[in-house]
Design a protein around this ligand. Structure first.
Ligand SMILES: *Cc1c(COP(=O)(O)O)cnc(C)c1O
Length: 376
């Protein structure tokens, strides 16, 4: 990974497991994203990594923030974010949390249903709102499923109701699913959004904002389309759907800003087999699903691993976490291979682990403490 992280690990020899993040990589990622999509306002998806040093760095860089809870909003404010730079993007919010966010100055809200719209009209009167549209998440390694968004037909009706309720109907959002590897997914969604814009224009409502969500993939173990490929698909999708009247754009990236900025240093606890002469070894690490590697659920996110034996002969392994829960297996089917001479006490690095790890770690299941975090 980065020289800064390697130096820290060599000099400090921190207790494992721990997440080590190089904040300068987040700055570089932010710059790359801004130049790839200069017309889009960046709202960092706080859930990817809500650590204060990350939020502070993004405030310095001029980022906006997509928060899903009152506590995420408070973390952004504490990091120095202006309330006008925060969107409350969860489509299912408690009335009291909306009112608290509104009283703190948050003015941009998401919804995908009429009851949520009614809450916003009462607790955040006059605010700007966007309606989340349901889109297929095919091609995403970490889909957001059917949990969020409504049909295009319903979105049209809800935006009319939003205006009638005194809210500022700004636009439409969608999310193509996280770690999305098909650039065409954004184009299909943009086309649907344009049809909603047209239907509403006929009713006298002119929307001006398309929230493209996120889903930008990063390279873990396997190749993915690069950022230029995705941004080009978005650019042509917008041009095709909106011609010479492009809307304002916003994006809510999480993974692509923080994932490759950090690694998890872990330790091998045990290497064993379940019977004599078995080829496949079980490798138990000191981190598992409950220690922060939740995205290995269904072996969805397949991290690249680095050991201290880069040139050793390798053999097939099943990778498991340290807890006594049968579900705490990381990879059984994903064809992982590790050095034949790997043994207990060896260090192992889980690469590109700066997103969706530390904040997923349990408060102490089986007595294992939450993941330690270092921000450099
Ligand atoms: C999780 C989430 C994101 C971030 O998605 P990434 O694929 O990690 O960039 C953005 N928007 C919403 C609404 C989300 O739930």
């Amino acid at each position: 990974m980065t020289p800064k992280i390697d130096r820290f690990l060599a000099e400090r020899q921190p207790e494992t497991p721990c997440l080590v993040v190089d904040l300068d990589v987040i700055s570089a990622n932010f710059g790359a994203l801004r130049s790839a999509l200069p017309q889009a306002e960046i709202y960092y998806a706080v859930k990817a990594n809500p650590a204060s040093p990350v939020l502070q760095r993004l405030v310095e860089l001029g980022s906006n923030f997509d928060a899903a809870s009152l506590s995420e909003i408070e973390r952004c404010l504490a990091a120095g974010a202006d309330p006008s730079s925060i969107a409350f993007g969860n489509t299912a919010k408690k009335m009291g949390d909306i009112a608290s966010a509104h009283s703190r100055g948050v003015r941009l809200y998401a919804f995908d249903s009429e009851p949520e719209l009614e809450k916003l009209a009462v607790a955040a009167p006059g605010s700007e709102v966007f309606c989340r549209m349901l889109v297929a998440n095919r091609g995403a390694a970490w889909p957001l499923s059917d949990k969020f968004g409504c049909s295009a037909e319903m979105a049209v009706d809800l935006m009319i109701k939003a205006r009638d309720a005194g809210l500022a109907a700004r636009g439409i959002s969608f999310h193509v699913g996280s770690q999305q590897t098909e650039p065409g997914a954004w184009q299909a969604a943009i086309g649907e959004v344009a049809r909603i814009f047209t239907a509403l224009a006929e009713k006298g409502i002119s929307l001006d904002l398309v929230n493209l969500g996120a889903g930008f993939p990063i390279r873990y173990r396997d190749e993915v389309p690069d950022l230029p490929a995705v941004s080009e698909a978005i650019r042509t999708g917008i041009a095709r759907a909106f011609g010479n009247r492009p809307p304002a754009l916003m994006i809510e990236p999480g993974r692509i800003l923080t994932a490759n900025a950090g690694l998890i240093r872990a330790e091998v606890v045990l290497v064993s087999t379940k019977g004599y002469g078995e080829r496949v070894r079980w490798v138990y690490l000191d981190i598992g699903k409950f220690g922060g590697l939740a995205e290995t659920m269904d072996e969805a996110i397949r991290y690249a691993l680095r050991t201290e034996h880069p040139d050793a002969e390798t053999g097939p392994v099943i990778l498991a976490g340290p807890t006594c829960d049968g579900a705490d297996i990381l990879y059984e089917r994903a064809d992982y291979r590790l050095p034949m001479n790997l043994k207990a006490g060896d260090k192992i690095d889980i690469l590109d682990a700066g997103a969706y790890t530390a904040s997923y770690s349990s408060v102490g299941f089986n007595g294992f403490p939450p993941l330690r975090e270092y921000y450099l």
